[in-house]
Design a protein around this ligand. Structure first.
Ligand code: TEU
Length: 585
């Protein structure tokens, strides 16, 4: 079978539109702001732009609550602006991917307004409505014990006084879940897909697409976190009973009629067989998914995310190896990503974001990502090594609904416990989604050039923008080093030039059990072979080069500008956070 596909080779750049670039001076990024920066993206080496939701939305969850799938929110622009964006992308040989959020809508969507208007409304069944349960003392209870995902331990069910029933709202009360069991719902969703594909976009990133099918008896979830009233119900809605049937239906009715790009977000599920049913070469439901193992590495397993769990390099290696094996050994496909709008910054999470090491860390992660198998996703700001929000920022700077709910809950539960609240602050600083959402740092001008100096950006710009910004990095002229941006550009170019090996070649991890922090792997195709050695620590390390590897020379590294002068036999010494790419015989 021919394994070559354009969507495996192309590089995707994710834009979180509110924080990307403000073209009209209202403190919010917008569609025209994206269009202004296309040359910047093209120069970096980007082929596909994925834009997080820009549809009409009350913005309770930053656009992941959509009230009209076929229109653009005025804060982002107009349909005409999107048409222009598509045309400008095409003119540069680039493509647009939109976010498809169809597990739920906004509670202000016309469908839901009708659905909640009465039990007999024809759209009642478009959402998931259930009568209450009652406790022995007569208290009204939700239909089951499922917890809201962004609601920090609240119920996933929202009571509707008007019609006297609960509706399911897995994320927030303003995001009611659609009832995919109803065929009209599926047809309405497919119609949305066609609307955008016909407009010239190339495909979709499908938000929590694996949650659309719920076990219809809606059983109580098992108790995993003892002191919580509500529990994660994911075993009853993640990759539920009809998921594959509906994804196949979507392919037959819509996707199969276009040459599309599809990536499904797939939280909670780690089972390889389940993943392969979606992304296996034979099944072909979606091109690829976002798997969560790597970004869940610092969560307590089975617990929820607002915890601090120390992770280790061997764990990182094990996870990457298994994700790679799924593609290499089993003809699946996958995405490669370390960041998105829901995750803290990768330099802060996986390396050392101090002034001394931040750039090395950013370039180390770039070298890793550009030499692994998978479709590569770069998140805005990652290419310049943007870091998490400063730890000392006041709590008011956190804007995300999930962070706000978490903090509210902690203050409510432990109003006078300074230790608990200080710990909660530390957790927010490490884990909050806000970390990824500060405005992109374009220059050393006020507000980092994200918006005009006279307006206040919707979210505070990271204080470090004078040192960390795109202008400085793109134009850096140094004899000794490349900026993270220049390094990304160079490694992306290298990846594409050697795509047979980096996109399609074999992957083999060496020294799985290296006790220290060294991660080494070989990529190989007919006729080409490279070795990648990464030091995931702030210490100098040594690695014994196996004689059989046949290293001819080191061709790229994150420490200097020139080809690294290093031993090709015997002991390889690597500095803190150093990464090297070698060519083998
Ligand atoms: O995220 C879904 C999801 O399950 C997680 O990424 C979740 O946001 C995270 O675990 C919380 O810390 C998607 C979107 O990417 C996210 O922005 C939306 O809030 C969510 O769906 C609802 O649409």
């Amino acid at each position: 079978v021919d394994q070559h596909r354009w969507w495996k080779e192309q590089v995707v750049y994710q834009i979180y539109p509110a924080s990307f670039n403000d073209s009209n001076g209202d403190g919010w990024g917008d569609v025209n702001g994206i269009t202004e920066k296309l040359d910047y993206l093209k120069d970096l080496g980007v082929d596909i732009v994925w834009v997080s939701p820009i549809y009409k939305s009350p913005q309770k969850d930053m656009g992941y609550d959509i009230s009209d799938y076929k229109d653009i929110d005025p804060m982002y622009g107009t349909l005409a602006d999107v048409d222009r964006l598509i045309a400008e992308l095409k003119a540069r040989g680039m493509k647009l991917v939109m976010d498809l959020v169809v597990n739920h809508t906004s509670d202000q969507h016309e469908w839901f307004l009708q659905s909640r208007s009465s039990k007999s409304n024809p759209k009642r069944d478009w959402y998931i409505w259930k009568p209450p349960r009652y406790a022995e003392d007569g208290r009204r209870l939700p239909p089951n014990n499922w917890a809201q995902i962004l609601g920090e331990a609240n119920s996933a069910w929202t009571w509707d006084e008007g019609s006297g029933e609960y509706y399911l709202s897995l994320f927030t009360p303003e995001q009611p879940d659609l009832n995919w069991e109803n065929e009209q719902v599926r047809e309405a969703v497919f119609d949305v897909l066609r609307f955008w594909l016909d407009r010239g976009i190339v495909g979709f990133r499908m938000d929590v697409i694996n949650l659309i099918s719920k076990v219809q008896s809606f059983p109580d979830a098992e108790v995993l976190i003892a002191d919580h009233e509500y529990q994660s119900g994911h075993s009853y809605f993640a990759n539920g009973p009809r998921l594959h049937e509906w994804l196949k239906e979507m392919r037959v009715k819509v996707l199969g009629h276009y040459d599309t790009f599809t990536v499904g977000e797939m939280p909670f599920v780690r089972d390889e067989e389940e993943i392969l049913r979606v992304v296996g070469q034979e099944e072909g439901e979606l091109n690829m998914i976002f798997a969560f193992e790597l970004v869940d590495i610092d969560n307590i397993p089975g617990d929820w995310k607002f915890t601090l769990h120390p992770w280790t390099v061997p764990e990182l290696k094990r996870i990457i190896n298994s994700l790679q094996r799924l593609m290499i050994d089993r003809s699946g496909w996958n995405s490669l990503f370390l960041e998105n709008h829901d995750q803290p910054r990768s330099v802060s999470r996986y390396t050392d974001d101090s002034d001394r090491w931040r750039e090395m860390g950013a370039k180390l992660l770039a070298l890793m990502q550009t030499t692994l198998c998978g479709t590569l996703f770069v998140y805005q700001g990652e290419e310049i090594g943007m870091r998490n929000m400063p730890a000392e920022w006041p709590i008011e700077e956190y804007r995300d609904v999930e962070a706000v709910n978490f903090w509210k809950k902690m203050v409510h539960r432990f109003p006078h416990d300074t230790e608990k609240l200080t710990h909660a602050r530390r957790i927010l600083h490490r884990k909050s989604r806000d970390n990824a959402r500060t405005p992109v740092q374009w220059s050393a001008s006020p507000h980092a050039g994200f918006c005009p100096p006279t307006v206040t950006p919707w979210m505070r710009v990271n204080d470090d923008y004078a040192a960390v910004n795109a202008d400085a990095q793109v134009s850096l002229q140094s004899d000794s080093t490349l900026s993270p941006w220049q390094f990304w550009q160079k490694t992306l170019e290298f990846r594409k030039r050697h795509k047979d090996v980096f996109v399609y070649g074999d992957f083999r991890m060496l020294d799985e059990s290296h006790p220290e922090q060294v991660f080494v792997y070989v990529r190989e195709s007919d006729g080409e072979k490279f070795v990648v050695a990464l030091n995931f620590s702030g210490r100098e390390v040594e690695w014994d080069i196996p004689g059989s590897l046949g290293v001819k020379g080191w061709v790229l590294g994150n420490a200097g500008k020139e080809k690294p002068e290093r031993a090709v036999r015997g002991v390889l010494r690597m500095g803190p956070w150093e990464g090297l790419l070698g060519e083998c015989e």
